[in-house]
Design a binder for this molecule. Structure first.
Ligand code: ADE
Ligand code: ZN
Length: 321
């Protein structure tokens, strides 16, 4: 079954590149850059991957990012992920990154974008994989900061394909970012947002109706709202679902409680993704395999999920991809 899943042509549409920082690479980069990590060794860091909710994960995720200092660091991080993704049958990646998490600790935006873009070009040459960059705004930072970030991104317009919204969801509704998403739309950028991961179905409605998103990241709490399920199905708004993440962050208790079957039954376009694979115990194929085992998915459903990921991607915009 693993080989069947690996062989399915697929896209990964919900992947935070900073969330691919494996513990060993974190220590290697810490050494290279003379940065002290607040953990004694790889084992101690790995032991800390015992999250109680989204915020407990984000605290560690932002702390580990401190090892990313130079363009080479971002390039090495992205190259390691893309090599793995290509081996997993991923043909196309829409790669999230968090500009504010780097700029706010003194790393120029140019350094981040140059590193990621160079890894993307190398991976296209080596594996034929295509990569689009999506810059996510941190929703637990002020909307004014998101707007200045968008202005800074405008200077790298050619390298950026879309914008997203991530970080701590509860208490930070999408509507706070109406203006910045409207401005991004005027720049011709694609729009996506995390909504309904921990937050209520109303945040998904806001992402659709206020931010005008084309895809919803996670969106699992849509399963609580039949009218919302109908809206997603009728308008063919894809959800980028990340099952292992949902279990690790305790959005669902067990994988068997995951709303995937309800979403599929409602006719929603579901895609399978890894979110932050280094932290959540699996890359994209591991997520498919876990779902297959939990719900005894047949090969036609697995093929449909993989096809959905390619159909829901923005790659049709790019000539030759
Ligand atoms: N940033 C990285 N991973 C995230 C997630 N699962 N939810 C919100 N923000 C994130
Ligand atoms: Zn995410």
């Amino acid at each position: 079954m693993i080989e069947f899943i690996r062989g399915l042509p697929k896209a990964e549409l919900h992947l935070h590149i900073e969330g691919t920082l494996e513990p060993q690479m974190a220590f290697d980069l810490a050494k290279r850059n003379g940065v002290a990590l607040p953990y004694a060794n790889v084992e101690a860091l790995t032991q800390a991957y015992n999250f109680s909710d989204l915020q407990s994960f984000l605290n560690l995720y932002y702390a580990c990012m401190d090892v990313l200092r130079r363009s080479e660091d971002f390039a090495d991080l992205a190259s390691a992920y893309l090599q793995r993704a290509a081996a997993d049958g991923v043909q196309h990646v829409e790669m999230f990154f968090d500009p504010q998490a780097h700029v706010n600790r003194g790393i120029p935006l140019r350094v981040v974008i140059e590193g990621l873009s160079s890894a993307a070009s190398a991976a296209r040459e080596r594996y034929g994989i295509s990569v689009l960059l999506i810059a996510c705004f941190l929703r637990d930072r002020p909307a004014t900061e998101a707007m200045s970030t968008l202005e800074a991104l405008a200077e790298h317009r050619d390298a950026i394909h879309g914008v997203g919204l991530d970080s701590a969801e509860l208490g930070h509704p999408p509507s706070d970012f109406a203006e910045v998403f409207a401005a991004a739309g005027e720049m011709g950028l694609h729009r996506v947002a995390h909504a309904g991961e921990e937050g209520p179905p109303d945040y998904i409605w806001q992402a659709l109706d206020v931010l005008g998103v084309e895809r919803v990241d996670h969106g699992i709490r849509a399963a609580e709202d039949p009218a919302l399920l109908r809206r997603l199905a009728v308008d063919k708004i894809p959800l980028t679902v990340c099952p292992l993440s949902n279990v690790r962050l305790k959005c669902v208790e067990n994988l068997s409680d995951h709303p995937l079957p309800a979403l599929l039954d409602a006719g929603v376009v579901v895609t399978v993704n890894s979110d932050d694979p280094a932290y959540f115990g699996g890359y994209v194929v591991d997520n498919y395999v876990a779902l297959q085992r939990a719900f005894d998915l047949d090969t036609a459903t697995l093929e449909q999920l993989a096809r959905n990921s390619l159909d829901a991607s923005f790659r049709g915009d790019v000539r030759g991809s």
